[in-house]
Write a protein that binds this ligand. Structure first.
Ligand code: TYM
Length: 327
């Protein structure tokens, strides 16, 4: 099928350090799957990262690391377009235009804004507030209709839809309303078993970390808190380790049975999970190391991706400027 006949999907990921298991199970697996059937555009959102990261060198290296991670996990530049947000500056122009149809009250009630205000009270910059407007611009500039994300992005996606409706009402039918696409693990809990896995919480399993680090992180996981003694029956439905087993082998029902009958203990289950995660990501880890040893290759892929999108971004901006009276 040619690109023109395929539905366009878009997703973005922050260059916030290495990829964790929540990113992969919650979103990246869908990026990889959907590149086969869709006109797939994936973006490393460095403009967004600037709302929290102010170290130029760090941002630059993390951007490249994120690109290497995504390519290592299976994004194929022949099947999708991978690029860096700041390499297509039209995103910020469109964000400004969309900001003029977006009431401030919509932004102030966004859960991620409220969270960030608490997490970084000394740095409540304007970018944090307007963050979802830029996210809407990212998606609609390519008229994407579907957005593979984890459930934590649901409020942002809803806001994107509201912004599209507000724009279309004022200036005529311009953008489609984008919809979220979830995997079967839309919320992956962190090693604490309570909060969403997230770098800022510090409860991640870093899939490109050394095998020792991954083992340490998995062994630190909180399991079923009501299972005190080794002989107590376990409850796989509430145990985060058991939940993750579902994604690393077909035998999870047997494993769960072992837990319910106390044939196995939590430590056995963690050891097995750690081994499986390390083995599962070993080939990707090798590809990652190889890519990072050839940064020129990564940079070429990113430059080509941004260049490929130039005419599409320009066409949308021409249309939008015309509709808004900017000519
Ligand atoms: P970010 O960088 O925080 O996360 C990238 C993707 O990983 C998913 N994810 C998770 N899924 C399940 N369980 C978890 N514990 C977990 N942690 C992260 C996220 O849902 C996301 O899909 N605002 C976005 C970036 C963005 C964007 C966009 C996304 C900017 N523009 C346009 C979609 C479309 C973010 O910060 O994702």
């Amino acid at each position: 099928m040619t690109t023109a006949l395929r539905q366009t999907i878009f997703s973005g990921i922050q260059p916030s350090g290495t990829v964790h298991l929540g990113n992969d199970l919650g979103a990246i697996r869908n990026y990889v799957r959907l590149q086969e059937s869709h006109d797939a555009i994936y973006c490393i959102v460095d403009f967004h990262a600037l709302t929290s990261t102010h170290d130029a060198g760090l941002l630059r290296s993390r951007t490249r690391e994120m690109a290497a991670s995504l390519l290592a996990l299976g994004l194929d530049p022949d099947r999708c377009t991978l690029f860096v947000q700041s390499h297509r500056p039209e995103h910020t122009e469109l964000a400004w235009l969309l900001a003029t149809v977006t009431p401030v009250s919509w932004l102030e009630r966004t859960p991620t804004y409220k969270e960030k205000k608490q997490n970084q009270p000394d740095d409540i910059n304007h970018g944090l507030l307007t963050y979802p407007v830029l996210q809407a611009a990212d998606i609609v500039i390519y008229k994407a209709t579907q957005v593979p994300v984890g459930r934590d992005q649901a409020a942002h996606l809803e806001l994107s839809r509201e912004i599209v409706r507000a724009f279309n009402n004022r200036y005529g039918d311009t953008f489609p309303e984008p919809e979220a696409v979830y995997t079967d693990a839309p919320v992956v809990l962190g090693t604490d078993g309570v909060k969403k896995m997230s770098k800022s919480v510090g409860n991640t399993i870093d899939i490109f970390g050394s095998p020792e680090l991954v083992r340490k992180q998995v062994m630190s996981m909180v399991t079923d808190t009501q299972r005190i003694l080794r002989t107590d029956p376990g409850r796989p439905e509430v145990c985060n380790v058991c939940q993750l087993q579902r994604f690393f082998g077909d035998d999870y029902e047997d494993l769960w049975d072992g837990e319910r009958t106390a044939r196995t203990g939590c430590v056995d289950m963690k050891r097995l999970l750690a081994d499986r995660i390390v083995a599962h990501y070993a080939p990707a880890r090798e590809r990652y190391d190889d890519l990072m040893a050839h940064p020129g290759r990564i940079d070429d892929i990113l430059a080509a991706g941004a260049e490929r999108l130039r005419p599409r971004a320009a066409a949308t901006m021409d249309d939008v400027r015309e509709r808004m009276g900017l000519r």
